[in-house]
Design a protein around this ligand. Structure first.
Ligand code: CO
Ligand code: ZN
Length: 334
């Protein structure tokens, strides 16, 4: 699985520019799905039919293809680029970093001189240097979007890369499609667009798929770093089953079912209550008249930086739990 994680995390794909990631995923899953299509917003919607007939219903699984980025807002007379964030971009993660545009142009992030000392600069005080000397010789235009440029690495049990949020979720679903043999549900596996700017792809794809149950696979932060927040999620301790984040409360019946399945099958799991952030499941849950929705999260350190770190064992646990969940009826309780 490491190769697909490497490929996916190194691929270019900020929100609204997910085409390369979509193409890569479409190629990888083609041998394992019955149908796939791309909707008006760019979501990749794959269907793998149930292994029994009739199917127990439609189960939607979602992971977002997009990553955070920087969009060019202005090019000055010397060819320096000013930018706005696409999604949650923080100044501390940028200085001296490298970014890449869709056309392959690389850029370095610099800072206005008087901010160099000790203050955290607002994004407006930073700029991208692509080596241009004027707007005329600048290889990118206003509206072009850059993503972090950073290679993947594996070390011990850890995987590190940019855009682990949420290419690790995409990788789990690609691997899931490759491995799943038994499913009582028609599986709608959706690789969504524009999560980082407001869950837009999930909203429209859920409306189209009309699932009976929906599960997002995404990342969550952890409490296991120095002076970290008191949060009961650690790297290497298993897949996180979301209880609540700042956008939603996971369907309690679905969450209990996932916990029971993990306990019965000995898959390591943790319960997640996340203070800040949400996932596609928020949009899935409020689609049409409401959909029971939950989240399997991969614990991730340094989220929204160029070096997001996950643990292979947690990724494996997420995959194993998904494979188990689709083989039997999902008991939602009442
Ligand atoms: Co994110
Ligand atoms: Zn995410």
């Amino acid at each position: 699985m490491e190769e697909i994680v490497r490929e996916l995390t190194e691929a270019y794909g900020p929100s609204g520019a997910e085409g390369r990631v979509r193409k890569l995923i479409a190629e990888r899953i083609a041998p394992y799905v019955d149908e796939q299509r791309v909707d008006a917003l760019g979501n990749l919607i794959a269907l793998k039919r149930a292994s029994v007939s009739p199917a127990a219903g439609r189960l939607m699984l979602a992971a977002h293809m997009d990553e955070i980025g920087l969009i060019v807002s202005y090019i000055d007379e010397k060819g320096f680029l000013r930018f706005h964030p696409v999604g949650g971009v923080f100044p501390l993660t940028l200085l001296g970093g490298r970014v890449v545009f869709e056309n392959g142009t690389l850029g370095v992030i610099g800072i206005e001189e008087r901010w160099r000392e000790d203050k955290i600069p607002p994004l407006e005080k930073l700029f991208i240097d692509v080596g241009a000397t004027s707007p005329a010789d600048c290889p990118v235009r206003v509206g072009d979007v850059a993503g972090f440029h950073r290679p993947f690495f594996a070390q011990g049990t850890r995987w590190v890369g940019k855009a682990m949020d949420d290419r690790i979720g995409c990788a789990v679903l690609v691997e899931f499609l490759r491995q799943v043999k038994e499913s009582i549900y028609d599986l709608y596996v959706v690789f969504t667009v524009q999560e980082e700017i407001g869950l837009r792809g999930a909203a429209v794809s859920a409306y189209g798929v009309e699932p009976d149950v929906a599960i997002a696979v995404d990342i969550t932060t952890t409490g296991d770093v120095p002076e970290g927040e008191k949060m009961a999620v650690e790297l290497g301790k298993g897949v996180a089953i979301k209880v609540k984040d700042s956008g939603m409360i996971a369907h309690p019946g679905l969450r209990r079912h996932m916990v029971q399945m993990a306990e019965r099958t000995g898959i390591p799991y943790q319960l997640e209550v996340l203070r800040r952030g949400t996932t596609d499941a928020y949009a899935l849950q409020v689609s049409r008249e409401g959909v029971p929705a939950g989240v399997l999260s991969v614990p991730t350190r340094y989220a929204h930086t160029p070096s997001e770190m996950v643990d292979q064992r947690d990724v494996r646990a997420a995959l194993d739990l998904l494979l188990r969940l689709v083989a039997q009826p999902i008991e939602l309780g009442n």
